[in-house]
Design a protein around this ligand. Structure first.
Ligand SMILES: Nc1ncnc2c1ncn2[C@@H]1O[C@H](COP(=O)(O)OP(=O)(O)OP(=O)(O)O)[C@@H](O)[C@H]1O
Ligand SMILES: [Mg+2]
Length: 274
């Protein structure tokens, strides 16, 4: 099993769009067995692929009314359960999706609370909880794709500790490089835990080749990052915004769009090079 983590501490740069679209393309167009892990309390991957609809408003209302956070535990088991309890069977949190080769470990909003619990739970090394669990299922999948949250925290450290490669989508704007620098420093800090992690590979998202700004950002990144820059741009497209409302994957919603074609090209590049 090859593990790719999508990370950028900057929010809204295209981590989830990239992780979900690439996972879906690998499963449906490359016939690979894919495990997608949602490491973000926002649960964006989970709401796209989860067959079990969780009514978040209803859950929160009950928790607030009864003042009892443990009510959250009545809901389907998630990534949080395996991070908190190392005896928990990872197979219990691997769910089927509507796609034959694509499985999901979902996240729930309580993941941010679990992050706090993890910090204080020092009986086992906190950084390797996910890694130890994934060992048990590594022969069942060809790829594991991890969608990280926009933060420097123990959840992402757990994700990075398992990753063979880390990919940072950089939004094509003047803050893109700053996100890269912070993410790179996180990877630097983790090299002692994961000797396979050498550097982050980057690609540009929301690229508009008609503008001078986009073109010059690409040239600057190419020069600055050298071989760590993946020169496959994901173009800016209204389709990439629309599909998030559709409960469909990007390639199901707009398979012929420029942005879907770009993700196919990027997936091919990743399969061939990493
Ligand atoms: N190529 C694109 N063109 C236009 N809009 C895009 C593109 N890629 C992503 N978006 C939009 O940008 C927004 C953020 O994308 P996404 O959720 O993938 O980012 P993220 O990095 O995962 O965010 P977060 O840090 O909050 O998890 C979404 O509304 C998405 O539809
Ligand atoms: Mg996201």
């Amino acid at each position: 099993m090859k593990t790719y983590a999508f990370l950028n501490v900057k929010g809204g740069v295209g981590k989830t769009t990239s992780a979900t679209t690439i996972a879906h393309i690998l499963a449906t167009e490359y016939n690979k067995k894919v495990l997608l892990i949602d490491m973000d309390p926002q649960g964006n991957c989970s709401s796209l692929f989860s067959k079990k609809e969780i009514n978040y408003a209803e859950v929160l209302e009950r928790v607030l009314e009864e003042g009892d956070l443990s009510l959250l535990r009545e809901y389907p088991k998630t990534i949080g359960d395996i991070l908190i309890d190392s005896s928990f069977d990872i197979n219990e949190v691997i769910y089927d999706t509507d796609y034959k080769n694509l499985s999901l470990i979902p996240a729930f909003i309580d993941l941010s609370d679990i992050e706090t619990q993890l910090q204080s739970d020092i009986k086992n090394p906190q950084q390797f909880r996910l890694k130890h669990q994934l060992e048990k299922v590594k022969n069942n999948f060809d790829y594991c794709i991890i969608d990280c949250s926009p933060a420097v925290n123990l959840l992402n450290i757990n994700g990075l500790a398992c990753a063979n490669y880390v990919f940072a989508p950089l939004k094509c704007d003047k803050w893109g490089f700053a996100g890269y620098c912070i993410a790179q420093s996180l990877v630097e800090a983790l090299k002692d835990y994961n000797s396979q992690l050498t550097d982050i590979r980057c690609f540009l998202t929301q690229y508009d080749g008609r503008t001078i700004v986009s073109k010059s950002i690409r040239e600057t990144m190419k020069k600055a990052l050298g071989r760590f820059f993946i020169d496959v741009q994901i173009r800016k497209s209204v389709r990439a915004e629309e599909f998030t409302y559709s409960k469909m994957t990007l390639t199901d919603y707009a398979g012929d769009s420029s942005v879907a074609q770009d993700y196919r090209k990027l997936t091919k590049f990743l399969v061939e090079h990493y």
